[in-house]
Design a protein around this ligand. Structure first.
Ligand code: MLC
Ligand code: AMP
Length: 500
C-alpha cells in the first residue's frame, strides 16, 4: 500500500463532501470538496510530470499554510515525488543548507517567500503553476509505489549545527496515521481546526495525513494567531485540535464563558512537540472542561507515545507507546534501567524513519543494532531522557543534547554559536535556553567580545541570518566562558539571566 490508498477513502469515496475550508486574502472562507482536491491534485501532478519530475525526485515547499500546499502535496504523493517542507521563517542561510543537501528539482513558493531563497535557486511560483495546471487533463495520474518509498524528507536541526534530513517513507506515514486514527478515534464526523505550520511533522504528519485518511473536515488557518483564535473556535465549532504547549498557554487568555462554549463542542485537544507543564494542563482543564491529551514524537519517528484516549491522561507524562512501537530506557553502558530510573529513550517500530538523507555517519550514531532480537530493525536513540513508572507510563526528563525548544520550534545552540563566532569582534559564544512561561524556553547568548559595539550589532545580524525564533533574546557580555580543564564550556555555570 501507499499513502494514496488511504487517502482514497476520502478523495474518491467522499467525493462530494467538503474537505477543506480556508480563508482567502480578504478573510472570506472558501471551501473545497474531496472531489475537487482529487482533480486539482491530478492537474498539479500532470504539471509536475510535464516539468520533468519523476518518482524519487525531491520538491521543496517554501509555502504558507493554504490550499496550494495541499494540492502540491497530494500531487507529489501521487507521483512518488519526495516532499521537502521548509520552515517559512527560515532565512537564506538556513534554506541554502537544505537546498544544497536535498538537491530538490525546484522550490515551490510565493513571491514574498521567494525573497528568502539563495540566488540561483530554481523557484516555481505557485500562482503561475496554478495557471499552467488549470488547462491540463484532470484524470488521475499515479505511480505504483512500494510502501518503503520515501514520502518526506524533514529537516531537523542537528547537534553539529547543520540540519539533517529525516527520510520518512509511505509506510512510516501510514503507521502514524493508523495509530492516531485508532487511538484518538478520529472519524469522518470530526471537524479539525488546523493551526500548526504544515512544514513540521506535527501539522503535516499528524494533522494533514489523518484528515486525508479519515475524510473529516479541516479548517486550515495560515497560523495560530492568539488575538483571533477564539473566533475561529466559535465560528468553526471544531471537535479536534492539535497544538504545541505555547498555543495552550495562550488559549488560557480566552475569557471563561467563551472557553466553556469552545469546550462544549470539542472532543479532543492534543498537545505535543514540547513539554506541557502540569499547571497548564490543570488550568486548561478548569477553563475548557477538557484534559489535554499529551503525546510525544519526533521528526525522525512521527508519534512514539501518547496518553490514552479513554484511560488516565497523566499530567507530566507522555503516556504509553503507540501500537507497534517498542521502547527501551538505557544507561550510559546501554543497559536497561529499572522502572523509576532515568535513562535515554530508544524506540523501534513501523513509524521510525529510514535514516538521514545521505548521512551514513549520522545513521551510525543514531541507530543501535538490535542484539535482543537478531534480524529486527535497529533501535533509534531519541536523545531524550525518560523514566518509566511501574504501570508503564513514561515521563520525559530532559535531553541528552542541549536542544532548546521555543514555542515548539527546535533550536540547536551550536548553530547560533557558529553564527555569533562569525561576527566581527566576537571571540567566544555560548547559547543556553532560559525558562519562559509562554514559549517554554528562550535562547540567550553569552559572548566574550572585543568591545560593546560588537555585542550591540549582534541582534540585527542574527535577525538577518536566522529565523526569528532562533534570535537570542539577550546578548550578555562576559569576561570569559566557564570551562572545564579540558576546555569544554560549562553552560550551567554561566551567570543567570537577566544579569544583575
Ligand atoms: C511564529 N511566527 C510565525 C509563525 N509562528 N510566523 C509565520 N508563521 C508561523 N507559523 C513568528 C511571528 O511572526 C513572530 O515573529 C514570532 O514568530 C512570535 O509570534 P507570536 O504570535 O508572538 O507567537 P506566540 O504567541 O508565541 O506563538 C507562537 C506559535 C509558534 C506557537 C504560534 O511558535 C508556532 O507555530 N509553533 C509551532 C511549532 C511546531 O509546529 N512545532 C512542531 C515541530 S515537530 P517575530 O519576528 O515578531 O518574533 C515536533 C515533533 C512532535 O516537534 O513531537 O510534534
Ligand atoms: P523535532 O526534532 O522538531 O521533531 O522535535 C522532537 C523533539 O521534541 C523530541 O526529541 C522531544 O525532545 C521534543 N518533544 C516532542 N514531544 C514532546 C513532549 N510531549 N514533551 C516533551 N518534549 C517533547
Amino acid at each position: 500500500m501507499q499513502l494514496l490508498d488511504l487517502f482514497d477513502h476520502s478523495l474518491l469515496a467522499r467525493h462530494d463532501r467538503v474537505a477543506l475550508e480556508v480563508p482567502d486574502d480578504t478573510g472570506a472562507l472558501s471551501t473545497v470538496t474531496f472531489g475537487e482536491l482529487e482533480t486539482r491534485s491530478n492537474r498539479m501532478a500532470r504539471l509536475l510530470a510535464a516539468r520533468g519530475m519523476r518518482t524519487g525526485d525531491r520538491l521543496a515547499f517554501l509555502l504558507p499554510n493554504g490550499a496550494a500546499f495541499i494540492d502540491c502535496f497530494l500531487a507529489c504523493v501521487k507521483l512518488g515525488v519526495i516532499v521537502v517542507p521548509v520552515n517559512v521563517l527560515y532565512r537564506e542561510r538556513e534554506i541554502a543548507h537544505i537546498l544544497d543537501d536535498a538537491s530538490p528539482v525546484a522550490v515551490v513558493t510565493t513571491p514574498t517567500l521567494a525573497t528568502s531563497l539563495p540566488s540561483g535557486s530554481v523557484a516555481w511560483e505557485i500562482e503561475a503553476m496554478w495557471r499552467d495546471a488549470a488547462v491540463l487533463d484532470a484524470t488521475r495520474m499515479t505511480r505504483a509505489l512500494d510502501g518503503e518509498c520515501p514520502a518526506l524528507i524533514v529537516y531537523t536541526s542537528g547537534t553539529t549545527g547543520r540540519s539533517k534530513g529525516a527520510v520518512l517513507t509511505h509506510n512510516n506515514c501510514m503507521a502514524n496515521v493508523l495509530s492516531l486514527v485508532t487511538c484518538w478515534q478520529i472519524t469522518s464526523a470530526d471537524r479539525y481546526l488546523a493551526v500548526l505550520p504544515l512544514f513540521h511533522v506535527h501539522g503535516l504528519g499528524n494533522g494533514v495525513l489523518t484528515w486525508l485518511a479519515t475524510g473529516c473536515r479541516m479548517r486550515l488557518l495560515e497560523r495560530f494567531d492568539a488575538a483571533h483564535i477564539a473566533e475561529d473556535f466559535r465560528d468553526f465549532a471544531p471537535k479536534l485540535c492539535f497544538g504545541v504547549p505555547t498555543m495552550y498557554v495562550r488559549l488560557l487568555e480566552v475569557p471563561e464563558t467563551n472557553a466553556r462554549a469552545i469546550g462544549a463542542h470539542m472532543r479532543l485537544f492534543v498537545c505535543g512537540s514540547a513539554a506541557l507543564p502540569a499547571h497548564v494542563l490543570a488550568a486548561f482543564s478548569a477553563r475548557f472542561g477538557h484534559t489535554i491529551l499529551e503525546r510525544y514524537g519526533m521528526s525522525e519517528t512521527l508519534m512514539n507515545l501518547g496518553n490514552p484516549y479513554a484511560g488516565e491522561r497523566r499530567p507530566g507524562s507522555v503516556g504509553l507507546p503507540f501500537p507497534g512501537v517498542a521502547i527501551r530506557i538505557v544507561d550510559g553502558a546501554r543497559h536497561d534501567v529499572p522502572d523509576g530510573t532515568i535513562g535515554e529513550l530508544w524506540v523501534r517500530g513501523p513509524n521510525v524513519f529510514r535514516g538521514y538523507w545521505r548521512r551514513p555517519d549520522a545513521d551510525a550514531e543514531a541507530f543501535v543494532a538490535a542484539t535482543d532480537a537478531p534480524g529486527r530493525a535497529a533501535w533509534f536513540r531519541t536523545g531524550d531522557l525518560a523514566e518509566r513508572a511501574g504501570d508503564g507510563y513514561v515521563s520525559l526528563r530532559g535531553r541528552r543534547t542541549d536542544l532548546i525548544i521555543s514555542g515548539g520550534f527546535n533550536i540547536y545552540p551550536r548553530e547560533i554559536e557558529e553564527v555569533l563566532l562569525e561576527r566581527p569582534g566576537i571571540r567566544e559564544a555560548a547559547v543556553v535556553g532560559v525558562a519562559d512561561e509562554r514559549r517554554g524556553e528562550l535562547p540567550v547568548a553569552y559572548v566574550v567580545a572585543d568591545d560593546d559595539a560588537s555585542v550591540a550589532a549582534l541582534d540585527a545580524d542574527c535577525r538577518s541570518l536566522l529565523a526569528s525564533f532562533k534570535v537570542p533574546r539577550a546578548f550578555v557580555r562576559v569576561e570569559a566562558l566557564p570551562r572545564t580543564a579540558l576546555g569544554k564550556v560549562q553552560k550551567h555555570l554561566l551567570p543567570p539571566w537577566p544579569c544583575p
